[in-house]
Design a protein around this ligand. Structure first.
Ligand code: PLP
Length: 379
């Protein structure tokens, strides 16, 4: 692959097409990309406002919300919606318990810390499961805790956290549950109502197969209404303000990412056509293909199978090759794999989100064999 040959003011060469095996952004369907080329629009006209109302309803349906639920769209990646939720839902005299067993649990903690929100952080350690009994004990020990924040699929390690069991504990203790479902919505069994999720945070560009730049928060309408009593801690990400704009005034607070929202709406149509159980099954089969291929090559996995998600597989980099060589060799072959946070050691990630199929995964393994052979691994 050629490095950029243009000067700083020259025209950019488009990237080579690649199969993205990183955990989002993903390869998208042509219908999603085509939506980007709709004619230019003014965001104060009725068309984009209809679009937002429609996309909000579809996102709510995918999260398992009924008519009493709604979603609010934010311009920004998943972290924007996460920060909007965490900074907006905890009242002045409230306190949030953050469950942390990886990079994204830590991110939730960092967000509430930045906003000066009263919090307790329960650290389980990376790759360790969250024990619902410990969550129960923490809530019993501190009745001032009003909210609990957790990640459903901890994308950094690829570990599924026991959402339903934790949801039951939190609901029994009368607290509200904020869930980062950014990498689980569409890929895993998830239902806001049965899982006792009060606030669900999602994004367009992971398992919902849209493009980066739009994220959302889904909750019962009554909970959005009740945010009127919580002090506003941020101007741009004020969730109550966005709710009032989108739901009541039918006028977005700021300029929305209209083109990305058209693409998201097209992606949601594809999600609804495939159905959530259909996509869960497709992803699970691809993840099994990835794990079987790695096992065949004697490449060890980071986690035991009981913790595996349907989309992310972390595996040890084989002896005799570095992560950089592996990544670059695969990139030259047209496949993008992903690194991990340094806490995890010499591990790489293979994700199967987006428009990838079994043929792409077989192609990846053929490429991997060439890259490993080229580096003399296993000789
Ligand atoms: C991707 C991801 C996010 C959001 O990251 P962005 O960089 O804002 O896209 C948050 N939480 C989880 C679990 C994720 O996988």
């Amino acid at each position: 692959m050629t490095a950029s040959s243009h000067g700083p003011l020259g025209r950019i060469t488009p990237p080579q097409p690649s199969i993205l095996l990183n955990p989002g952004p993903v390869n998208v369907h042509d219908r999603v990309r085509a939506a980007l080329t709709y004619p230019d629009v003014c965001h104060r006209e009725p068309e984009p406002i209809d679009l937002m109302t429609t996309a909000r309803a579809k996102a709510t349906a995918v999260a398992g919300g009924d008519d009493s639920y709604t979603s609010v769209l934010l311009a920004g990646s998943g972290t924007a919606a996460l920060e909007a939720a965490l900074s907006s839902v905890v009242p002045q005299d409230g306190k949030i318990l953050i469950l942390d067993n990886g990079n994204y649990g830590e991110r939730m903690y960092r967000i509430v810390a930045v906003h000066g929100i009263a919090h307790t952080r329960l650290e389980f350690g990376w790759c360790n499961p969250i024990d619902p009994a410990e969550v129960d004990a923490a809530l019993a020990a501190d009745p001032s805790i009003t909210h609990v924040g957790m990640v459903h699929h901890e994308t950094s390690t690829g570990m599924m956290n026991p959402l339903r069991a934790i949801g039951e504990v939190v609901s029994r203790r009368g607290a509200s549950l904020v869930v980062d479902s950014i990498s689980s919505l569409g890929a895993e069994e998830f239902d806001m109502r049965t899982d006792h999720v009060d606030w669900c945070v999602g994004t367009a560009n992971k398992c919902l197969e849209g493009l980066p730049g739009v994220s959302f928060v889904c909750a019962p309408r009554a909970k959005f209404e009740a945010l009127a009593d919580v002090p506003t801690r941020t101007f741009y990400l004020d969730l109550h303000g966005h709710y009032i704009g989108q739901e009541k005034r039918k006028a977005p607070l700021f300029t929305p990412a209209v083109q990305i929202m058209y693409a998201f709406d097209a992606a949601l149509d594809l999600m609804i056509e495939e159905t959530v159980p259909g996509r869960v099954a497709r992803y699970r089969a691809l993840a099994e293909q990835v794990r079987a291929g790695l096992a065949e090559r004697g490449i060890a996995l980071l986690l035991g199978s009981e913790h595996h998600s349907n989309t992310v597989t972390n595996a040890y980099v084989p002896d005799g090759i570095s992560y950089a060589q592996l990544h670059d060799g695969l990139k030259d072959e047209g496949y993008i794999v992903y690194g991990v946070q340094e806490q995890l050691g010499n591990v790489f990630r293979v994700a199967n989100m987006g428009q990838v199929d079994a043929k792409n995964i077989s192609g990846f393994f053929e490429a991997l064999d060439r890259v490993l052979a080229g580096a003399g691994v296993g000789e």
